[in-house]
Write a protein that binds this ligand. Structure first.
Ligand code: ITT
Length: 196
């Protein structure tokens, strides 16, 4: 079974990525914590490619990376690729988001989407697979639920009538940005596993 490095330092993301890659014919391994990549790209896809490529070269291993974030319509798409840098902790990021939307109380004014770009690099750093997933929803006026990570307690999906943090792992996977991106990337990884 070929080895695949999962290039993330975010424990919540890591848990989902590992769950989505079980039975994928790849043996998963973690990126060393000290190996960090500067996210200098202008898009989710560019940053996912940078992370996958640089970690692949550093370790000489097949690598998968995810770049994701929240785009809020009323904030012209912010924080977007800067979602991790929006504040210093999940709680502070959520508090800042609720503060910035305090003048927009109606659900119609709080429309948003999560985006996830995934990239797979060969050991020489060449990108060999990419996928993107989007999940539309709205930003709640107060946190709800205890599951998930990051912005999950304030991201509500009307189709499920639940916040991400109120969903089971299976339900979040079936509709989330990351779940959708991984449906595509799993298919590509299945084809690549024979070449690994
Ligand atoms: P790596 O780059 O090491 O993977 P990171 O946390 O820096 O970890 P990103 O740059 O992609 O990752 O930033 C994504 C931000 O969006 C971060 O604050 C996440 O917590 C948040 N995020 C991404 N997917 C999410 C999800 O499914 N639910 C809640 N928050 C999410």
């Amino acid at each position: 079974m070929p080895k695949l490095i999962v290039a993330t330092s975010n424990p919540g993301k890591l848990k989902e990525m590992q769950a989505y890659l079980t039975d994928s014919l790849w043996e998963l391994a973690l990126k060393p914590a000290e190996l960090d990549v500067d996210e200098t790209g202008n898009t989710f896809a560019a940053n996912a490619c940078l992370k996958a490529s640089e970690v692949a070269i550093a370790l000489n291993c097949w690598t998968i990376a995810d770049d994701s974030g929240l785009q809020v319509d009323a904030l012209d798409g912010a924080p977007g690729i800067y979602s991790a840098r929006y504040a210093n902790s999940d709680k502070e990021r959520i508090d800042r988001m609720l503060r910035e939307l305090s003048d927009f109380p109606e659900p119609a004014q709080r429309q948003a989407q999560f985006v996830c770009a995934v990239a797979v690099a060969r050991p020489d750093g060449t990108i060999v697979a990419q996928a993107e997933g989007i999940c539309r929803g709205e930003i709640l006026t107060a946190a709800r639920g205890v599951d998930g990570f990051g912005y999950d307690p304030i991201f509500y999906v009307p189709a499920k009538q639940l916040a991400f943090a109120e969903m089971s792992v299976e339900v979040k996977r079936s509709i989330s940005h990351r779940g959708l991106a991984f449906v595509i990337i799993r298919e590509k990884l299945a084809m690549l596993s024979t070449a690994g």
